[in-house]
Every structure is written in structure tokens, then in C-alpha cells.
Design a protein around this ligand. Structure first.
Ligand SMILES: *[C@@H]1O[C@H](CO)[C@@H](O)[C@H](O)[C@H]1NC(C)=O
Ligand SMILES: *[C@@H]1O[C@H](CO)[C@@H](O)[C@H](O)[C@H]1NC(C)=O
Length: 253
């Protein structure tokens, strides 16, 4: 249990600027304004990366993922392919997550009752993820965190605390247990039922709204390559053209 303290010490020794207490945002947001770039000690990096970022001239490749929170194949694909690809290619791709998959619904008065392939826990996982997608810009990292942990449901609260400390767990759970969650899950059901061709399994992938066996196979074998190939604008450095420079070093003191 000594390891984290040691790690922290090492980080502190090598990288004093990053621990500046006035920087309270996550790395993904450091360049979001001049002010936070200054506070987080990355102004030079942000100016450079803003300048060298390829100006988007084409529409992002839209990846749709129809999945279930506890389906093993879905978890592998989401954590091993969709999330890492998005981390590297978020400039040229957008991801829509639709947690529902092979679930079913039946109306019950004003509400719907859902039944999930992997039981009630899966319905709960789907619902938490659906509410997160509605409530935070950090839904994807939080869902990645949940799906990559050993217990998708148990980890949810800590994943929220890590990636969006401003979102209260009560807020998430009031969506999960209330009308909002119920309505949002019904929308997922409708989107899933509207798939053409209808889905036969999960994870089911659409690319720019389209599903073919060929696109599915390519997505499953290398989503990264598929997105790079399909993007019509100039390829970003991550696709292997041009060079990527990391210039935000923390120098030894
Ligand atoms: C980087 O670009 C974004 C959007 O183009 C802008 O809002 C932000 O202020 C820029 N950041 C810096 C540090 O210039
Ligand atoms: C959240 O759901 C409500 C109700 O359906 C909707 O009006 C709102 O636009 C959604 N917000 C996001 C970010 O999806």
C-alpha cells in the first residue's frame, strides 16, 4: 500500500507545475480556455496544439454502438477498441452509445418495464450509463471506467467521482430511479428497434448510421483503421501521416 505515496512523490519531484493547486480540471479540459491553460502550466502546449491541430474540413465519422452493460463481448469491444480509438481520434470521430441491445420493454401505465438479457443488474447498468450520457460531458470516460472494472455496477459511483467530481451520485440515481431514466431508456429501445437491418447480436456497430457485415467486421478487427480510412478530410497525425510532437515535458528540477 506504500506504492501510491511513492508514485505521488515521484510525480511531484519531476513535475511540480502539474501539481499546482490552482489547476483543478482534468487534462482533457486544460486547453479549453486561456485561463485554465495558464493555471495548469500548459499554455505553450495549448497554443501549439491549437495551431497544429488539423482544421476539420470534413464531417467526423459517426460510430454508433448498440450494446448491453454486462455483455462480455460488448465490454471487450468498448474498453479495448471504441474508447481507445476515440481517445486518439476524437478530432475526426464521434461516438453514440446506446445501452439497450437485446433488452425488451413493455408499457406499464405511463412507464415502461425493461427486461435485460443478463438480468436486473444489467438493466441497472444500462440505466446508469443512459443517465450519465444525459447528465455529463464525461459519460464516455465514466462508462469506460465502469466497463473495465471487475464490477460494472459497484464501480459506477467511484468512476463518477474520478471523472466528474461535480456530478453528484444522488443526481445520477434520481434519474436512474425516476421518470427521466425511464423515458431515456424507452428512447434507447426505439433507436434500437429502428435499426435497419435489425440487429442480430451485440455489440452492433453502425458507421455514419449504416450497418453492413463488412463494416461490422472491419470495426471489430480494427476500428481505428476503419475510422482513419473513412475520414474524408486530411488525416490527423494519429492516423500515421505527419508527425505528432509531445512538447509538454516536466523537466528534472
Ligand atoms: C484552443 O482552441 C479552443 C477552440 O478552438 C479555444 O476555445 C481555446 O481558448 C484555445 N485555447 C488556448 C489556450 O488558446
Ligand atoms: C436529457 O434528457 C432530456 C429529456 O429527454 C432532454 O431534453 C435533454 O436534451 C437531454 N440532454 C442531453 C445532454 O442529452
Amino acid at each position: 500500500m506504500k506504492l501510491p505515496a511513492l508514485l505521488l512523490l515521484t510525480v511531484w519531484l519531476n513535475c511540480p507545475a502539474a501539481l499546482s493547486s490552482s489547476c483543478s480540471r482534468a487534462p482533457a479540459d486544460w486547453c479549453s480556455s486561456l485561463d485554465s491553460a495558464v493555471r495548469c502550466g500548459v499554455l505553450k502546449h495549448c497554443l501549439e496544439s491549437n495551431l497544429t491541430r488539423p482544421h476539420q474540413t470534413a464531417d467526423p465519422v459517426q460510430v454508433g454502438l448498440y450494446y448491453e452493460s454486462l455483455c462480455p463481448g460488448c465490454r471487450l469491444f468498448l474498453t479495448g477498441a471504441v474508447f481507445p480509438t476515440w481517445l486518439l481520434l476524437s478530432d475526426i470521430m464521434s461516438v453514440t452509445l446506446v445501452p439497450y441491445g437485446n433488452a425488451g420493454e413493455k408499457p406499464d401505465g405511463q412507464k415502461y418495464i425493461f427486461e435485460c438479457q443478463h438480468g436486473e443488474q444489467e438493466c441497472l447498468g444500462n440505466m446508469i450509463e443512459t443517465c450519465l450520457i444525459n447528465k455529463t460531458n464525461y459519460a464516455f470516460p465514466i462508462i469506460f471506467c465502469m466497463e473495465s472494472s471487475s464490477d460494472v455496477i459497484k464501480s459506477a459511483k467511484s468512476c463518477v467521482e474520478i471523472y466528474d467530481p461535480e456530478l453528484s451520485w444522488d443526481n445520477v440515481m434520481s434519474c436512474v430511479n425516476g421518470n427521466l431514466g425511464n423515458q431515456l431508456m424507452h428512447l434507447n429501445a426505439m433507436k434500437t428497434k429502428a435499426l435497419n437491418p435489425p440487429h442480430k447480436y451485440v455489440p452492433w456497430v453502425t458507421i455514419n448510421g449504416e450497418h453492413t457485415e463488412d463494416l461490422q467486421d472491419k470495426a471489430m478487427s480494427s476500428l481505428f483503421e476503419l475510422v482513419c480510412n473513412l475520414y474524408k478530410g486530411p488525416k490527423p497525425p494519429a492516423c500515421g501521416e505527419g508527425q505528432r510532437h509531445y512538447k509538454s515535458y516536466c523537466h528534472k528540477g
